[in-house]
Ligand binder design. Structure first.
Ligand SMILES: CC(C)(COP(=O)(O)OP(=O)(O)OC[C@H]1O[C@@H](n2cnc3c(N)ncnc32)[C@H](O)[C@@H]1OP(=O)(O)O)[C@@H](O)C(=O)NCCC(=O)NCCS
Length: 169
């Protein structure tokens, strides 16, 4: 197994891997154009020339990055692939001198195994301003916020208009 940076021809397989786990809410759905547009955020896990997993790192700034869309084909789970993906994304974050890596998950046990600790969503305002404020589950979020590193002391994304947040009631 090896992890490498994703390229555009991988987008279809990445879409397939994420879609397999977005129906039940395990992963946030990502549509094909969105994956193509952000393909440089992705790494893929290869086994015998076939892609069997993927993950992405979204950069907010040096103060924060987010691990997203981590998944491994069920036939290859529990073989170290998920850890390899997370390690590669952490290495990428380190390359960019990012001081806090966050993620939102319904599988906190896996990530605590890899050294992440539970945080409060409110401690990550950039994530709220970018995604949560337009999420239909804004007031009933069942994802656990986790971080590795130092909590950011500021946000760089502007707070969305209050009418937009109220729409999520
Ligand atoms: C979560 C997921 C990515 C883990 O990938 P994986 O390849 O099975 O994990 P690994 O084999 O690399 O496991 C690394 C370590 O975490 C442990 N682990 C794996 N899944 C775990 C889980 N669900 N709960 C607790 N520990 C877990 C492993 O036992 C292993 O421990 P070890 O290093 O002491 O042996 C994979 O199960 C998956 O794709 N799930 C569906 C999508 C998903 O839930 N994504 C994450 C939500 S954001």
């Amino acid at each position: 197994m090896r992890v490498r940076e994703a390229i555009l021809p991988d987008a279809e397989k990445i879409h397939e891997l994420i879609s397999a786990y977005s129906g039940d809410g395990t992963l946030l759905p990502r549509n094909f154009p969105e994956i193509c547009e952000n393909v440089r955020d992705f790494v893929v896990l290869e086994h015998r020339g076939r892609i069997i997993g993927c993950g992405a790192l979204h950069l907010y700034g040096q103060h924060l990055a987010e691990i997203r869309s981590i998944t491994v084909d069920p036939l290859h789970q529990r073989s170290g692939g998920g850890k390899r993906l997370v390690d590669a994304l952490l290495e990428e974050a380190e390359k960019h001198k990012v001081t806090c890596i966050c993620l939102f998950t319904r599988k906190p046990e896996f990530f605590s195994h890899l050294g992440f600790t539970i945080a409060q969503r409110e401690d990550l305002p950039d994530k709220i301003h970018k995604d949560c404020c337009v999420c239909p589950r804004y007031h009933c979020c069942d994802e656990v916020a986790m971080i590795k590193g130092e909590l950011p002391k500021f946000a760089i994304l502007p707070e969305p208009a209050s009418w937009l947040v109220k729409l999520q009631v």
